[in-house]
Design a protein around this ligand. Structure first.
Ligand code: MG
Length: 371
């Protein structure tokens, strides 16, 4: 079975109300999907994330000509080559060839990977807490209230983009609203140094519902993380931009984090992504995937989490949650999979087990202009 056709779907959505985090305010959301069709007429979908003009040119000029006629079963060799040219594009090719192999064998992706430990995986509602509006805390509280009504039992809010006192006021209000019935993660996007991060310790110590504090320091400061971890009263999480599982080794051997947060679209390959999850287990740690920019990638994170051995023998708490974007982003609806009471049931059909909304692909197709 060889690769006969590749279609690309660059998608663009301008946000009517921009939002953001400590890294800045986002004015748009993008998504890049590919569909590989085999000589037997089987289709496999993939997703990657980057600047659309770069991705699109890379696929049209170099990656598609290279892929045409290749065997569907040479996934590792193909992905390694594409990764050398365009690391981000490789993720899409990897997913599409994985799905093709699974469908050809009549298997789900989880079955292809050796089978799932569980039928559903928890997710957490992920927010971008800031906007350009001076009333951003009010808007954030409304969004949090909405997610709680939707049944989310875990949430992640942003800190680090405003003064510590403004952020603490905001999170205090959120805690008051939720009455600490929802588990919370706080993500500082590498905004602090160690003393600034420690300014959160007393508050965090008073809250029993904190899942983790994410990337309070620059991730390259591994020794500072180890020191912070020994002083901080809550677990530390990080590593969403790590590109290869081997790069987690210093973090693991220096005991810098409690949770690894790999992203399937940022890593060398799906195999390497799954290896990083297993590496966390091998070092006695937890892993909660970063999936902010992905919809199909998020589904692959759910598959990988379903196939990951439990971190705990406690039945209700045996697997770590996957990030679930709850902001204004139409691309999160491209795949008909949504959480119920904070859990997502793993689709059971061959391949990814669900159909992508083709009408949406037409509607949001990027017009090719710079943005
Ligand atoms: Mg983060």
């Amino acid at each position: 079975m060889h690769i006969e056709r590749i279609d690309t779907f660059p998608l663009f959505y301008r946000l009517p109300k921009p939002y953001g985090d400590a890294n800045g305010i986002k004015k748009y959301r993008v998504c890049y999907l590919i569909r590989i069709t085999s000589s037997e007429g089987i289709e496999g979908w993939g997703e990657c994330a980057d600047w659309l003009p770069t991705l699109h040119l890379g696929f049209q000029e170099r990656i598609i000509p290279y892929l045409l006629g290749k065997s569907v079963y040479e996934r590792k060799k193909i992905v390694t080559t594409v990764h050398k040219w365009h690391s981000r594009a490789a993720a899409a090719v990897d997913m599409a060839l994985t799905e093709l192999a699974a469908k050809r064998a009549g298997l789900t992706v989880c079955e292809l990977w050796g089978g799932a430990y569980r039928e559903s995986v928890p997710v957490y509602a992920s927010f971008q807490s800031y906007s350009e509006d001076p009333e951003w805390p009010k808007q954030s509280l409304l969004a949090v209230e909405e997610a709680a009504k939707d049944g989310f039992t875990r949430m992640k809010l942003k800190i680090g983009g405003k003064s510590i006192s403004d952020d603490q006021k905001h999170i205090n209000k959120v805690q008051g609203l939720l009455e600490q019935k929802v588990e919370l993660a706080l993500d500082a996007n590498q905004s602090y140094d160690l003393p600034a991060a420690m300014e959160w310790n007393a508050l965090l110590n008073a809250w029993p519902n904190i899942m983790w504090l994410e990337e309070p320091l620059e991730v390259k400061h591994v020794a500072e993380y180890a020191l912070l971890r020994s002083r901080m009263c809550v677990p530390l999480a990080g590593g969403e931009n790590v590109k290869a599982s081997v790069d987690y080794i210093p973090i693991l051997t220096e005991h810098a984090f409690d949770f690894l947060t790999p992203d399937p679209m940022h890593m060398e390959s799906l195999d390497d992504y799954r290896h990083s999850l297993q590496l966390a287990r091998d070092f006695g740690l937890r892993a909660t995937p970063h999936d902010y920019d992905g919809v199909l990638a998020r589904l692959y994170s759910l598959f990988a989490q379903a196939c990951l051995p439990p971190w705990s023998k406690m039945e209700s708490n045996s697997i770590e949650p996957v990030e679930w974007d709850v902001m204004d982003n139409p691309f999160t609806s491209l795949i008909p999979v949504s959480p119920c009471q904070g859990e997502v049931r793993i689709p059971q059909g061959a391949g990814i087990g669900v159909e992508i909304d083709l009408d949406m692909l037409q509607h949001y197709r990027w017009d090719g202009n710079s943005y």
